[in-house]
Design a protein around this ligand. Sequence first.
Ligand SMILES: Cc1cc2ncn([C@H]3O[C@H](COP(=O)(O)O)[C@@H](O)[C@H]3O)c2cc1C
Ligand SMILES: O=C(O)c1cccnc1
Length: 360
Amino acid sequence: MSSTPSSGRPANDTPAPDAPVTLDELRALFDKLPGPDLAAASAVATREAQLTKPAGALGRLEDFSQWLAAWQGRATPKLTRPRVAVFVANHGIAERGVSAYPASVTKQMVENFVQGGAAINQLCTLIDADLRVYELDLDAPTQDFVDAPAMNEQECARAMAYGMMAVEQGIDVLCLGEMGIGNTTVAAALCHGLYGGSPADWVGPGTGVTGTAFDTKLQVVTAGVARHRDRLTAAGTVNDPMQWLAAVGGLEIAALCGAILAARMGRTPVLLDGYVVTAAAAVLHKIDPRAIDHCLVAHLSAEPAHRLLCEKIGKRPVLDLGMRLGEGTGAALAVTVLKAAVDCHTGMATFEQAGVSGPV
Ligand SMILES: Cc1cc2ncn([C@H]3O[C@H](COP(=O)(O)O)[C@@H](O)[C@H]3O)c2cc1C
Ligand SMILES: O=C(O)c1cccnc1
């Protein structure tokens, strides 16, 4: 595994010596998840009530300020150091023709990220974010999950531990993105096992598959879920979400799970990008719904199943712009809204300071 330095700063690429490396060690983290800082959230609510505007007039911006304070553990939320972490991997099932693009695009896009030519580069410049691109064994795709488990437990745990390195001290918000041709098929198989329903509930066009390629995508998800049905209950949903992640997931998706967990341990709020990143978060949510309380869904992807997935995890996306790109682009854009929330909260005058009369 290696990581691609960007923005002139090198990224870590070796797991910390004490990084958890078995799925059981990772499972043990669920007993130690820190909760929100309620005193910080209430300090924000108190100040918000004194600012020169009708009560509640900034709508969800007020919620975002409180959420940031609660998960940053700071009475005054701050958003000067956003990081965008893009996890990149290849998938065995990509060879089955489930994407509108060849698997070679995954590696080519890494070069594009390094050269600054991708959409996410432009958005990182806009929000002044530190962009890190983490590659996971691009020359060694996961197994085709129609034939075999995508990963064994060790590979899955190692990818999760690798993802944990995206979190470092001093990051105000972690935006999560991914690149991996075929990964909307992986997300669909994951969600089908986590929540049941029919494959059609979870399969969408991804990069733009239509016609027979779309039918192939449906068949691949159906066959993959059937192949690993011994990991499902009689009702057709998972016994053990981490085992399911190993069976039909991907290396970048496991790494995303690790990054979300590490962010929680490090008091870093997280912005989840579209369908693929939210599917990773759903694995953790299935283990313990509180495990993703420090995450917001940044935008509603145009991938149709994202709406249902957001309902399943009880999250309302920040933005709805009809985007369906991935890379963390929706997450980076949502930072602009969170910055607006923080600037209003910290910069506005109170009624007393401004000599403005409060409510009658
Ligand atoms: C040029 C290009 C840039 C991308 N950036 C993100 N994705 C997105 O598309 C892929 C998922 O869609 P599917 O499952 O249909 O392959 C992922 O790599 C995702 O990040 C891209 C896809 C392409 C082609
Ligand atoms: O919403 C996503 O995550 C998405 C949608 C299409 C292609 N790649 C990613």
